[in-house]
Design a protein around this ligand. Structure first.
Ligand SMILES: [Zn+2]
Length: 189
């Protein structure tokens, strides 16, 4: 019990530490300069990936625009490209994700602040997933086909939206990251 208690304190203080530390980290690079992606195989990175992320207050502050630009550069890194990324993957335990919108023309990446899934359909689909933070593992994950998600967009506007299919899968994978859940937790054998 004590060990668990101490562990929860250290995880909580990890979240606290972010206040000043996260600003330093985000400002450590230029606009659109990519960031290091944490890896599940590293013990300190693992704590960040398992931490529950905090809401982003004051959405209009430039720091979150900079973080979003740097996450975009990171997910578009030709050597390590993905279709979505969550802030904890660049060591920032905040509720911010980037999702590639395969349900829209030109398939843009969108910045999603403080997302919350308010409905998940019983209708599911299975597909192979991977993760920028988990080397070498790709496996089948079953997820809801349709979700309803509440979030703030890059202009600070509150959005409630129904999303389906592959794009809904990306939302679910990335929002899991904000809750310390990895896709490998959802693999059934
Ligand atoms: Zn992932």
């Amino acid at each position: 019990m004590l060990i668990l208690f101490l562990l929860s304190i250290s995880i909580a203080s990890q979240g606290q530490r972010t206040k000043r530390g996260e600003q330093r980290l985000i400002k450590s690079g230029q606009n659109f300069e990519k960031m290091r992606v944490v890896q599940v195989t590293d013990s300190l990175d693992f704590i960040i990936l398992r931490n529950k992320s905090l809401d982003i207050p004051h959405l209009k502050r430039n720091i979150w625009d900079l973080l979003s630009e740097r996450m975009l550069a990171t997910v578009n890194d030709p050597n390590h490209a993905g279709v979505g990324i969550a802030a904890p993957q660049v060591s920032v335990n905040r509720r911010l994700i980037l999702v590639q919108r395969f349900d829209k023309d030109d398939k843009p990446f969108e910045t999603i602040f403080n997302p919350e899934i308010i409905y998940s359909s019983d209708s599911v689909h299975s597909r192979i997933e991977g993760c920028l933070s988990i080397p070498e593992i790709r496996d089948t994950v079953t997820r809801s086909w349709t979700i309803e998600v509440l979030y703030y967009n890059s202009k600070g506007k509150k959005i409630q939206e129904t999303v389906e299919g592959f794009t809904a899968r990306i939302f679910q994978h990335e929002i899991d990251h904000l809750n310390g859940i990895l896709f490998t937790d959802r693999i059934k054998h």
